[in-house]
Design a protein. Structure first.
Ligand SMILES: C[S@@+](CC[C@H](N)C(=O)[O-])C[C@H]1O[C@@H](n2cnc3c(N)ncnc32)[C@H](O)[C@@H]1O
Length: 349
């Protein structure tokens, strides 16, 4: 995988130290692509919070996330942000910092054991995932309705729900194992502002549409993302795509497609300036108008249909590797659970 944001790194110092809070690392690859180990859109890159090592590009690009079978990851202090991030984490999460810590622990334990996040991410959960997602909360108006498309292990959706209890957040994710984790995490953290919805973005417009804001991190190239996400926003609502250094290039490449999909001129927003270095790069697209999908509600539309630009991305977009709702990727469970009004993993918190 080529996306440094989702690169797997070493276990880090102390990574093999056993202890009361250590857990065995997974012994093999999961059958799902891990959001932290290679299924991300190759067009994204991860800003890393100041003071933390991002690792070398080669290290970050190593998708062999799994640790040796005998290794254990010490998570005894994962619920606390590292000292160099304590101030920014406190600013981002305020009096919900302990809750953010509980989510960090869930990611480092169940998230890793279930193959949803690479064990090598554990030492950098706070900078690459919690803080980098958390700073984005500054873009949301009070009480906004938010749909997070392709939440994976809850990034950025659960982090936003932790940082901002005033938001109403729907997590849209097609893969059963991920929605199971999301549902359990929501319960475990007592997040009453989160709904977990199993399905692909383009299939849940009826249930999740009309949002003020749609977020997506490392899900697909911008044209395809616009095709999936703009139908979920109300007119005047916004898509906030967490992108990296590729943002300007993607805008240049996909501007016309976005316009055809009903989006306005994309703008780049930087989040966390002064807190993290570099700040998080967001592509913001306001939905100007409704666009009827040629294949009707739930169908792929506009530039999404061909998906050629995605196919050109080195490493492939996660939509190519991560849309586990396709039969066969998830043992057939996805189709069954996605259908019907009462989804197995759907909940209103
Ligand atoms: C690389 S992961 C990123 C997960 C998470 N956003 C993160 O940043 O860690 C991409 C996620 O998008 C999901 N996905 C792929 N196609 C999707 C679609 N059409 N609608 C909703 N989610 C989709 C995949 O199942 C996967 O969980």
């Amino acid at each position: 995988m080529t996306d440094p944001r989702f690169g797997a790194g070493d276990l880090g110092p102390g990574g093999t130290a056993p202890g009361p809070s250590s857990f065995p690392a997974p012994t093999g690859r999961s059958d799902e692509p891990s959001p932290a180990s290679g299924s991300g859109s190759s067009t994204d890159s991860l800003p890393v919070a100041r003071g933390r090592s991002a690792g070398s590009a080669a290290e970050a690009g190593d998708s062999s996330a799994e640790s040796p079978a005998s290794a254990t990851v010490d998570v005894s202090d994962i619920a606390q942000p590292p000292a160099e991030l304590a101030a920014v984490a406190t600013e981002v999460f305020g009096d919900r910092l302990a809750l953010a810590g509980r989510f960090a622990r869930l990611l480092a334990t169940e998230g890793v054991v279930r193959g949803l996040i690479g064990p090598r991410e554990t030492p950098r959960l706070w900078d690459r995932h919690l803080v980098n997602c958390g700073v984005v909360a500054s873009l949301f108006p009070i009480g906004a309705s938010v749909v997070d498309v392709g939440s994976g292990a809850g990034l950025p959706g659960i982090v936003l729900a932790v940082a901002r209890p005033d938001l109403g957040i729907t997590l849209v994710e097609p893969m059963a194992r991920r929605t199971a984790f999301l549902t359990e995490a929501v319960d475990e953290l007592g997040l009453d502002n989160v709904t977990v919805l199993r399905g692909r973005a383009e299939e849940v417009i009826g249930e999740a549409g009309g949002a003020d804001i749609v977020t997506a991190r490392a899900v697909a190239p911008l044209d395809r993302l616009a095709g999936w996400c703009l139908p979920l926003a109300r007119v005047g609502g916004r898509l906030l795509a967490l992108k990296g250094a590729s943002a300007a290039e993607e805008i240049g490449e996909h501007r016309l497609a976005i316009e055809r999909l009903g989006g306005g001129e994309p703008a780049i927003r930087l989040c966390g300036s002064g807190l993290i270095d570099p700040p998080v790069t967001i592509v913001e697209i306001v939905k100007d108008r409704e666009v009827e999908s040629r294949r009707g509600p739930g169908g792929r539309s506009g530039a999404s249909r061909g998906g050629r630009s995605g196919a050109r991305q080195p490493g492939g977009g996660s939509d190519q590797r991560g849309d586990g709702g396709r039969p066969g990727r998830d043992g057939g469970r996805a189709g069954r659970e996605r259908r019907g009004g009462g989804r197995g993993n759907t909940r209103r918190g």
